[in-house]
Design a protein around this ligand. Structure first.
Ligand code: ZN
Length: 398
């Protein structure tokens, strides 16, 4: 019996993956809408009769059937065309221009994550992209916060538990990063837990936004930077050594500084060593990387090597709608590609919780009161099933 358990490892089923407590650090609010909600909200932006309906410009969708629209989002993101990829966000951002729309999208985000077994999430968005309907930056932040609180309440009413913190993103091609950093600081005890910078890496190095990062450091605040997704080591080096990022958004190209020799030995360059030694969290997003071509398949994704080398690796969704994914689905792919067990899932989840931007005591409480007991329960359930099936008292499930 023992040998069978050892051989099989505690490989989780799809149902156990969903029920396992998961922690998400890299998820875009405008990349995770329900297709049906995009359709509903787009309808509201189309002017009725004369005069039109409220501030935001009308959004014309390529499909109005929610299922077809969901497929359209995935295909456009898969197409390899940057134009089509960016078009997907013009539709989601386009319908997120009123207070009611932002509250709804944020509430549904929290609900969907909770239903997927996520117990803690940091969800990011760029307030400057939600001003076309006449909202101020503060009104955008307050609407999203209200939505997250509502989603947390609805999840609790359904017997689930989730906590969601917001990260405010500044766009790297724009010039509002200091203003957004100040906004993040103003709302730091009111639902915003940190700051991020996103957008095309090429041509827009993070050092353009040094004033924002220096401001946040002087305020003892936290930030992550999208770096090392497509652009490689210089981008990671700048994010860490010039800007002082606490975490790396993606950071997957750190693999370029790691040599794997034929005999299996591994040599880390200075930057990769620094990232591992300093326990810099990597917000890895496997499915998103496959779509942008940063990795060829799940099995070849650098997360396998980075986990083996004990980098502070975490698993994330990036854009759930565009990638047709969820935290559970990301783990399903990784379990299949690398044979990960419940122990591996726990390792990733504890890693992510340690790397969250909320205070240390609250992170520790999440790890000890929610994550570890959750996995302990799943593991004992797994062991019970194995024991029962080997002693023949219950039918094999295969
Ligand atoms: Zn991202």
């Amino acid at each position: 019996m023992t040998s069978q358990i050892d051989r099989m490892g505690n490989t989780p089923s799809a149902d156990q993956i969903r029920r396992a407590p998961k922690v998400l650090l890299h998820d875009h609010l405008d990349g995770g809408l329900r297709p049906g909600t995009v359709v509903d909200l787009a309808r509201e932006t189309v002017p009725h009769g004369h005069g039109g309906a409220g501030g935001a410009p009308a959004v014309q969708l390529p499909e109005t059937d929610p299922d077809k629209l969901g497929v359209w989002f995935r295909e456009a993101a898969d197409s390899g065309s940057l134009e089509r990829y960016l078009e997907t966000f013009s539709h989601t951002v386009g319908v997120m221009q009123t207070r009611d729309a932002l509250v709804r999208v944020a509430a549904e985000c929290a609900e969907d994550l909770a239903a997927d077994g996520v117990v803690y999430a940091e969800v990011r968005y760029a307030p400057e992209q939600h001003l076309n309907g006449g909202l101020s930056l503060e009104e955008v932040v307050e609407a999203v916060n209200e939505g997250f609180r509502e989603g947390e309440r609805l999840a609790r009413a359904n017997g689930r538990r989730i906590r969601v913190g917001a990260l405010l993103t500044a766009m790297r091609h724009a010039a509002r990063s200091l203003e957004i950093a100040e906004l993040a600081n103003r709302y730091r005890d009111l639902g915003v837990v940190g700051f991020d910078i996103a957008g095309a890496e090429a041509g827009y190095p993070p050092t353009r936004h040094l004033d924002a990062f220096e401001y946040l450091k002087r305020e003892n605040n936290h930030f992550t930077i999208h770096a090392g997704e497509a652009f490689g080591l210089p981008s990671i080096w700048q994010a860490l050594q010039w800007c002082g990022a606490d975490r790396l958004g993606h950071g997957v190209r750190i693999i370029d500084d790691i040599q794997v020799h034929e005999d299996g030995t591994v040599k880390l360059g200075r930057l990769a060593s620094y990232v591992r030694d300093k326990r810099i969290p990597l917000e890895l997003c496997p499915s998103s990387n496959l779509q942008t071509g940063a990795a060829a398949s799940y099995a070849e994704h650098p997360i396998g090597l980075l986990r083996r080398l004990h980098f502070r690796a975490t698993v994330n969704t990036d854009n759930r709608l565009m990638s047709g994914t969820s935290m559970s689905r990301e783990f399903e792919h990784l379990v299949e590609a690398f044979g990960y067990t419940l122990d591996d899932m726990q390792w990733f989840s504890v890693n992510a919780m340690k790397s969250a931007f909320i205070p240390f005591d609250e992170r520790l409480a999440m790890i000890n009161d929610v994550i570890k007991p959750g996995y302990a329960e799943l593991k004992s359930e797994w062991l019970f099933q194995q024991t029962a099936s080997t002693s023949g008292s219950t039918p094999e499930e295969g």
